[in-house]
Design a protein around this ligand. Structure first.
Ligand code: AIR
Length: 198
């Protein structure tokens, strides 16, 4: 599981927010399990998918790696999906290349949101993976991000979690504001004719 980076937005927010049991008023231990599962079809996907974990760490979101293949380990993939919600998982990011049926296979066995992350392969540039994920059967959606879009997959997972987590939502708003500041800062430098020097 990816540990939260010390000093992340989320950790600061968590530190400000003691977990209190409504019944007793006693401080309860924070739940320790992962909220996001980052599943890849093969270990060979790891380098492309790693930025998703880094982004989740940045927000202090607990997550876990899994390696499960829709074709090579179909039973284990379905079993994982069936038990994910009970295990405390709230969002699944599923990355695979080629004939990438992993997100669909997982989505078929859980009501949790599944985010498909298409992986660029040597033969067809990732379009094969994208198209394998995106045209899901009506009734069983998969939210698909761009080819190799690991950070966006993780950000979408954070946005889903943030719906029920005000500190995480504030961290997201900060993230967007800092992102906008960087662009506006670059724009200002270019307007002043100093873009090339930055
Ligand atoms: N894959 C594995 N099982 C089903 C699929 N679609 C994908 C992996 C990887 C690609 O096949 O997600 O992107 C090649 O896997 P490998 O293990 O041969 O390198």
């Amino acid at each position: 599981m990816g540990a939260g980076t010390a000093g992340s937005h989320r950790e600061r927010a968590r530190a400000r927010r003691p977990s209190v049991s409504a019944a007793s008023g006693a401080t309860a231990p924070a739940p320790a399990g992962p909220l996001v599962a980052v599943v890849m079809g093969s270990e060979s996907d790891r380098e492309t998918v790693a930025p998703a974990g880094a982004l989740l760490d940045e927000f202090g979101v607990r997550w876990q790696w899994r390696v499960l293949s829709a074709h090579r380990t179909p039973d284990a993939a379905a079993e994982f999906a069936r038990g994910a919600e009970r295990a405390g998982i709230r969002v699944i990011v599923a990355a695979a290349g080629g004939a990438a049926h992993l997100p669909g296979v997982l989505a078929a066995s859980t009501a949790l949101p599944v985010i498909g992350l298409p992986i660029r392969g040597a033969a067809l540039g990732g379009l094969d993976s994208l198209l394998s994920m995106v045209q899901m059967s009506p009734g069983v959606p998969v939210a698909v991000v761009s080819i190799d879009g690991a950070r966006n997959a993780a950000l979408l997972a954070v946005q889903i979690l943030a719906l029920a987590d005000p500190p995480l939502r504030r961290a997201l708003v900060d993230f967007r504001a800092r992102q906008a500041e960087r662009v506006l800062g670059a724009d200002a430098r270019y307007r002043e004719g100093e873009g090339g020097k930055a």
